[in-house]
Design a protein. Sequence first.
Lengths: 150, 137
Amino acid sequence: MATTIESPRTPYSVPRKRGVNWEKWGWIYMRASGVLLIILIFGHLFVNLLLGEGIKGIDFGFVAGKWANPFWQVWDLLMLWLAFIHGGNGMRTIVNDYATRPLTRKILLGAILFSVVAEIVLGTVVIFAFDPCPAGSPADLLPSFCPVNQ
Amino acid sequence: MPENSAGTMTPRRPAGTLYRGREGMWSWVLHRITGVAIFFFLLVHVLDSSMVAVAPGAYNAVIDTYKNPIMGLGETALVAAIVFHAFNGIRIILIDLWSKGAKYQRVMFYVVIGLWVVAMLGFAPRHLINVFSEMGH
């Protein structure tokens, strides 16, 4: 029987658990979403803070006008989902690094998960379900395409 | 301190800590601090944007608070944090995926700082003029 002697520098291989390697996918996600978020957030900041009169121009009519366009709805939806999962995973990494007591860790990770899910759900509902022309609102606060302004 | 092949200065004996200082550690510290700051802003930002679903006046009232000078300085700091996190994130990706990434990690840190200065020179004056010219209203 031939005996193979491994190179001295061959790392000791720990038997891997079977199934999906979530930490690997988390690592890949942080990089892939990070690149997309640079484009999405830089575009968001440019359009909202640098074009026109910048932050002075932001009001209900501005936001309603943007979300009347499916392009900006999808843009903001992608930003919402990608950023919260990216940020939540980053916060999870930090909690895992510093929270040494199991109970503290459990509470903090639970709080992160809860806030990420709640904010994603809230943001998604608002982008698609809010009314740009609510009845009874002062016409000068509403975007120009609303019936009261026609 | 001797310089090793990775271009980092390694103390002969760790002085009671595993943290080795210099560009590698400080970029990591800044990446964490800016990331946490951006996360907490994001929590607030979705809530304030959600006021559009309550009433036009409610949204305008909350967004007007973003237009005062003190908040304007905060927004400038927020954008500074975002831009650093973005550029340093690209540096991290290059360290991981580019064969020479680890070798040039220190040079890339100064490239990140340089690009950050350029981006902030483009952003800060314009934003601060927008914010501070609102003061008389």
